[in-house]
Design a binder for this molecule. Structure first.
Ligand code: NDP
Length: 423
């Protein structure tokens, strides 16, 4: 391992020179680093040891009708088919009257973990006596939040083990995701606990299991909108219900069911400048809330309709974090025509359900590979070295030859170029 010294103290040019020399990068590789660095000052503001920008494609999903309002939905993802599937699922649901989406209060939970507790029952009584004072301390640590109508709401204690007690403090974070604000508030409370109760604090941090910041959405689709590939809509609906049951019964299937939902959710979370790891961890914890990891969405038959439901914790911000500093995020908010975090939550949860519908529809009718194949082959032939002009022909040739691997793509490309040269 080469010595990189105090990399963070170097200028961008020095960092590029340093890494290029140490890692013996070629001229072409250095050029890739330089050409991809589109916004050095922004990168340096956002993260540490910045060298370049890693870009993801952004696409728009259409046909979203949520609470009677139409939305364009920007999605950021590296995975083929996600945007197309999202629009497809949304179009079916729009024809059925659209999504009905709701949000709960926007409370985030902050945790203070107390360790080396000698008498947990006594400590809990002492904390209960101090509750009012502790909530005031928290609010005073970030007073602007209370001025905006947010701030602390409640404090609860729990014994985790003989020597461990946790305080959960619920905080209304208004339009922000709230992690930084909450952490500041918690540290003030932790200092008060140490000072007044002489109690040792292990750590203070928000919980990403945002059970008090939920978003839910439903849709009700008449059978006739579901018929596909010669299958009657009723049969497809029944198969989707079965698929939903399996995701409630089997964790192997549930993980993939939820991955499909998160394909849509993460893409909008990213486009809206939010922290997708926070949303991912909260969603998966919620999927296991009853002791077994299960599918996050459910599909049922009601009358002649297929009824879908999805509920997840969605503590996204409309303000704060990197949202205000990344110009594309403001543009995406404008494209979505949203004015609040709640409206963003309603879009994101609905995208999750549309994505799930599209995936299940494909799985129970034609199988997922068929719909994805052209897009996957496109990535494959490009990885094999095809240029834009060759791409479509090569995909056709791969399909004709029934090949799906990179070695075949390279061979087909070589043969094609030879023939092309020879006329
Ligand atoms: P910020 O630190 O940016 O705080 C929110 C800011 O928004 C405050 O400065 C606040 O201003 C301002 N604001 C303006 N208007 C409003 C309004 N109407 N409602 C609420 N705030 C408003 O971001 P967050 O506290 O939201 O933290 C999010 C960041 O924290 C994300 O980048 C996330 O990745 C990161 N993070 C996540 C963790 C986790 O998930 N475990 C842990 C630590 C960090 P004012 O100061 O005037 O109140």
């Amino acid at each position: 391992m080469q010595n990189y010294g105090k990399f963070y103290q170097k200028s961008w040019e020095e960092r590029i020179n340093h890494i290029s020399q140490n890692e013996k990068l070629t001229k072409e590789q250095i050029q890739i680093l330089k050409n991809s660095a589109h916004n050095k000052s922004l990168g340096d503001t956002m993260i540490e040891n910045y060298i370049t920008d890693y870009s993801y494609p952004e696409g728009i999903a259409f046909h979203y009708l949520i609470n009677n309002k139409r939305y364009l939905v920007p999605m950021v993802t590296e995975e083929p088919s996600v945007v197309a599937a999202s629009s497809h699922g949304a179009a079916i649901i729009a024809k059925a009257g659209g999504f009905l989406a709701k949000t709960s209060e926007r409370l985030m939970i902050g945790q203070i973990i107390l360790e080396s507790v000698e008498d947990s029952a006594k400590l809990i009584i002492e904390i209960q006596k101090l509750t009012k004072d502790l909530l005031v301390v928290a609010d005073q640590a970030h007073p602007s939040l209370k001025k905006r109508g947010g701030g602390t709401r409640w404090l609860k204690t729990r014994i985790l083990a003989e020597d461990l007690v946790v305080l959960n403090i619920a905080i209304d974070v208004q339009e922000a995701m709230g992690a930084n604000m909450i952490n500041t508030m918690l540290e003030a409370v932790a200092a008060r606990l140490e000072a007044v109760l002489r109690q040792q604090v292990l750590m203070s941090i928000l919980s990403n299991y945002a059970t008090e910041c939920l978003a839910s959405t439903t849709c009700k689709i008449p059978y006739e909108l579901l018929s596909k590939n010669g299958f009657a809509g009723e049969i497809i609906a029944q198969k989707i219900v079965q698929a939903s049951r399996v995701a409630q019964l089997d964790t192997y299937r549930a993980a993939t069911h939820n991955k499909g939902i998160m394909n849509g959710i993460d893409a909008v979370v990213m486009a809206s400048g939010n922290d997708w790891r926070a949303i991912e961890s909260g969603a998966h914890a919620y999927a296991a809330r009853n002791g077994q990891y299960k599918g996050l969405s459910t599909w049922k038959i009601s009358g002649d309709y297929l009824v879908g439901e999805l509920e997840i914790p969605l503590p996204v911000g409309f303000i704060g974090g990197s949202i205000g500093i990344v110009p594309l995020v403001s543009l995406n908010q404008k494209l979505m025509k949203i004015t609040s975090a709640r409206e963003l939550e309603q879009i994101i949860v609905s995208v999750g359900l549309a994505q799930n519908l599209a995936a299940l529809l494909a799985l129970v009718s034609e199988g997922i590979q068929k719909g994805h194949m052209r897009l996957q082959l496109k990535s494959l032939v490009i990885a094999a070295g095809a240029n834009v002009a060759e791409e479509a022909v090569l995909v056709d040739k791969m399909l004709q030859a029934d090949k799906r691997d990179i070695a075949s793509a390279k061979k087909i490309l070589t043969d094609y170029r030879k023939k092309d040269k020879n006329g």
